[in-house]
Ligand binder design. Structure first.
Ligand SMILES: C[S@@+](CC[C@H](N)C(=O)[O-])C[C@H]1O[C@@H](n2cnc3c(N)ncnc32)[C@H](O)[C@@H]1O
Length: 222
C-alpha cells in the first residue's frame, strides 16, 4: 500500500493493510481496493452483538457473475439498488453504464470501500449503510428499477429478511437480479418465493465456481 502523505492520519481499522486487485469484466479493467486478509477483521464484540462476520471484504464469485450481467445490460438512466454490496463491483459497473446506482450494506466499512472503489474507477454512486432488518431508507426510495444482490442467501436469517424485503423494493415493472453459488439456505428462498416471483435464470460458468444468476419479476396473479 502507498505510504500516507506527511500530515495525513495513518490508515486505521480495515484500511490498515489493503491491496489493490485488478478485475476484468466485459473487456473493462477495474481496480478494487480491499483489506489484504478479511479474516484479520474478525471482531468478537461485533460477532457477539449480531453475529457480524467481515464477508464484505472480498469479491465473491457471485459478485463477479452479477457484474458480468450488469456490464452486458443496458441500465442507462435506471435507478439501481445493490443489497450487500461488499466491495461494490456490480454497482460500480451499473454506474459506469449510466445507471443511478445506490450501493448498500450493513457494514460501514463495506460502503466506505465501495465509495473509494467507485472513485478509483472514475464514477460516482450513492452509498447507504442499511440492514435488511431496518430497511426504512431503501423502502422509502422504492420502487427501484433493478435490485442487485450477490451471495446474500448464506444464512437462514438472511433468507427470512429478504423474502419479506424484496417485494417492498420493486413494483410490477422492476426486477431483482440475484446471484447465488448454490448456498444450502438458498433452497428455502427459492421455495418461499415460488408463487410470488417468476424466475429467468442461467448458470454463469465464467468464474471460479458456477453461479446461478436469476432475474426475478413479481408474478402476476391469474
Ligand atoms: C458473502 S458477502 C457478498 C458480498 C458481495 N455481494 C460479493 O458478492 O462479493 C454478503 C454481503 O452481504 C452483507 N450483509 C449480510 N447481512 C446483511 C444484512 N442483514 N443487511 C445488509 N447487508 C448484509 C455483508 O456485509 C456482505 O457484504
Amino acid at each position: 500500500m502507498a505510504s500516507p502523505e506527511a500530515g495525513t492520519p495513518a490508515p486505521a481499522g480495515a484500511w490498515r493493510d489493503t491491496v489493490e486487485e485488478h478485475v476484468e469484466v466485459g473487456g473493462r479493467d477495474l481496480v478494487l481496493v480491499r483489506p489484504r486478509d478479511s479474516m484479520a477483521l474478525l471482531d468478537d464484540d461485533r460477532f457477539d452483538r449480531d453475529e457480524f462476520l467481515p464477508f464484505w471484504a472480498e469479491l465473491w464469485p457471485s459478485g463477479a457473475a452479477l457484474a458480468r450481467l450488469v456490464t452486458g445490460s443496458d441500465l442507462a438512466g435506471k435507478r439501481v439498488l445493490e443489497l450487500g454490496c461488499g466491495l461494490g463491483l456490480p454497482s460500480i459497473l451499473a454506474a459506469l453504464g449510466g445507471a443511478r446506482a445506490t450501493a448498500t450494506d450493513w457494514s460501514q466499512d463495506a460502503v466506505d470501500f465501495t465509495r473509494a472503489n467507485a472513485q478509483r474507477n472514475g464514477v460516482r454512486l450513492t452509498t447507504v449503510v442499511a440492514s435488511w432488518a431496518e430497511p426504512g431508507p431503501l423502502v422509502d426510495a422504492a420502487p427501484w428499477d433493478v435490485v442487485l444482490a450477490a451471495d446474500v442467501l448464506y444464512e437462514p436469517r438472511n433468507v427470512e429478511l429478504l423474502v419479506g424485503l424484496l417485494p417492498r423494493l420493486v413494483d410490477g415493472d422492476g426486477q431483482v437480479w440475484l446471484a447465488d453459488p448454490g448456498r444450502r439456505h438458498a433452497m428455502t428462498f427459492w421455495d418461499e418465493i415460488a408463487t410470488t416471483w417468476t424466475r429467468d435464470g442461467y448458470l454463469d460458468e465464467d468464474g471460479a465456481v458456477p453461479v446461478m444468476v436469476e432475474r426475478l419479476s413479481k408474478a402476476t396473479l391469474g
